[in-house]
Design a protein around this ligand. Structure first.
Ligand code: THU
Length: 166
């Protein structure tokens, strides 16, 4: 016996940032501020993230590169780790991501890399709280997903290790 399993991911696309709900728009503005503070002297690709916690706090993160290239960290992980470090136990509700490049115009949404998908999934699982993802470029359409699940089906998480997190 065999069966085919088909999974579905759902995203919402907006033509413009002005079409977003206000809370999302504000978070995108924060992510854009964060882009300007990125440290990306090697790739010249600056990524900014901003997340909203359930207590209303907004935290920013941006990519932090290193002369030893692989140890640099993406904006999304800087942001979610800052939340985990400074606000343990406080759920993350939403995360906005954007990017600029010194070499070209980023005219489409920037989506989290594979490692960041896994890191974001950890916090969804930890708090049993879907994280809304709002992704934009410097211009162009806006992509929204209401959970990292849509980017990472069959995710590996603490359930597979049979351990409890909090
Ligand atoms: N980067 C991020 O910060 N987030 C992503 O989701 C994709 C890539 C960073 C890593 C590196 O500093 C630069 O963008 C180029 O890959």
């Amino acid at each position: 016996m065999k069966k085919e399993i088909q999974l579905q991911s759902t995203f919402t696309e907006y033509d413009d940032i002005s079409d977003l709900p206000e809370q999302d728009r504000l978070l995108v503005a924060e992510a854009r501020k964060s882009v300007g503070q990125a440290y990306a002297p090697y790739s010249h690709f600056q990524v900014g993230a901003a997340l909203r916690l359930e207590n209303g706090v907004i935290l920013r993160g941006n990519n932090q590169e290193n002369a030893s290239y692989p140890i640099g960290l993406c904006a999304e992980r800087v942001a979610v780790f800052a939340a985990g470090a400074n606000y343990p136990g406080i759920r993350i509700l939403s995360l906005a991501i954007t990017a600029n490049s010194n070499h070209f115009h980023v005219n489409k949404p920037i989506t989290p890399c594979g490692a960041c998908r896994q890191a974001i999934a950890e916090y969804e699982h930890r708090y049993q709280q879907p994280i809304r993802l709002i992704m934009v470029g410097e211009s162009g359409k806006v992509l929204v997903a209401d959970s990292i699940q849509h980017f990472l089906p069959y995710q590996f998480n603490a359930d597979d290790l049979q351990v409890k997190t909090s």
